[in-house]
Design a protein around this ligand. Structure first.
Ligand code: NAI
Ligand code: MG
Length: 340
């Protein structure tokens, strides 16, 4: 039985993560839970946003469900972003962001794509400096990171039975960095693809990909791309889920994974009991599908969410105050119980 480290974090993380844990425990009653802390409140109490015990707990469990944390809008001495710390310290080099239409709440009915984003380098390598009145950021692309993200994309293709992977880059303007990314990813995909596998490999410039994501998202399948492009494209694509409360993600390393809803701590609605728990619940399903290799558990959770939305919930993605976090959670739990 897998073990799970639960990090609620700040704001609505404390409302949506307990809902997701309840759903996981309904389908995996023997799941062992270890609680740990991270975020702004943790920083105020302990002076660090991610204590060593939290990192140790995630390593020991092999998997975590993370809510969201609040970050100060000004620089605070000693504060380091909790989610960036987790990604870096735990080697979570792939960020998996599926975008699927959901009944009743999504803006389109036929979207089913996954963005596989490189999570450790690119423009987010942290190499920024000021030289006189010129600000410079270095964009770091390595063949090691490009190869491992390609292999992760191939794993997603296989586990989901998907048909096409598109390498998204800007090699026409950045021939050295994105040339290396494109060529390394393509070579790794071609090498790993078995003769009996019939998925296709193609490529697209990032600006075209942005346009296609807006105009015809139903034609896209798996997109694999660098850190900044993946960050922007996945937020754009999340629109098709139907709202911030509905978009899940998985930070995935070789032996560790941290699932987290895409949204933040939402201080504007925190404490009101109206946060949508579906992004967090679908993030738990990602952990089951990709990291724990329990597709039946993931399918069960996703089906319950779809059925609850189709039959019990008919409002838009930002749940109305009339439909509270606990009501959505109960609707999903009811669907799960019918199925079990
Ligand atoms: P946000 O995602 O927290 O909120 C944006 C808007 O979406 C708000 O109007 C909020 O009410 C709504 N929203 C978000 N999640 C929702 C849910 N589950 N149900 C219903 N409505 C929902 O982003 P924002 O406001 O830019 O940032 C707030 C705080 O969260 C900041 O301190 C920011 O640094 C942090 N943040 C943390 C992230 C993380 O921990 N991974 C990611 C993004 C932001
Ligand atoms: Mg983002």
């Amino acid at each position: 039985m897998p073990r799970l480290c639960v990090i609620e974090g700040d704001g609505i993380g404390r409302e949506v993560i307990p809902a997701a844990v309840e759903v996981l425990q309904a389908i995996l009653p023997d799941l062992e839970i270890v609680k740990a802390s991270a975020g702004w409140e943790t920083f105020k109490q302990c002076g660090v946003s991610v204590p060593e015990e939290t990192l140790a707990a995630v390593r020991e469990c092999g998997a975590a469900l993370f809510g969201a944390v609040s970050s100060p809008s000004r620089k605070v001495e000693g504060y380091r972003s909790a989610i960036l710390t987790l990604r870096q310290e735990l080697g979570l080099y792939a960020n998996i962001r599926p975008v699927c239409s959901l009944p009743a709440v999504s803006h389109r009915g036929n979207v089913n794509l996954v963005i596989v984003r490189e999570n450790t380098e690119g423009l987010y390598a942290g190499r920024e400096r000021l030289e006189g009145d010129t600000a410079i950021a270095e964009r770091v692309i390595t063949s090691v990171a490009s190869r491992r993200i390609a292999l992760r994309a191939a794993e997603v293709l296989r586990l989901d039975g998907r048909r096409r992977v598109t390498i998204v880059h800007k090699a026409n303007v950045l021939p050295v960095t994105d040339g290396l990314f494109r060529d390394t990813v393509r070579a790794a995909l071609e090498k790993t693809r078995q003769p009996y596998e019939d998925w296709e490999i193609d490529e697209m410039l990032v600006d075209t990909a942005a346009y296609k994501l807006a105009a015809a998202p139903q034609n896209l399948d798996v997109l694999v791309t660098t850190n900044l492009f993946g960050d922007i494209l996945s937020d754009e694509a999340a629109h098709w889920c139907g709202g911030m409360g509905l978009a899940p993600s998985l930070n995935w390393g070789d032996h560790l994974a941290v699932a987290e809803p895409v949204h933040g701590s939402a201080p504007d609605i925190a404490g009101k009991g109206i946060a949508n728990p579906i992004a967090a619940i679908l993030s738990a399903a990602l952990l089951a599908r990709y990291h724990w290799k329990m597709p039946a558990v993931a399918d069960g959770i996703e089906r319950a969410v779809h059925q609850a939305l189709a039959w019990e919930i008919r409002e838009d993605g930002r749940i109305p105050p009339a439909l509270r976090t606990e009501e959505i959670t109960s609707a999903i739990l009811r669907q799960l119980e019918h199925a079990l």
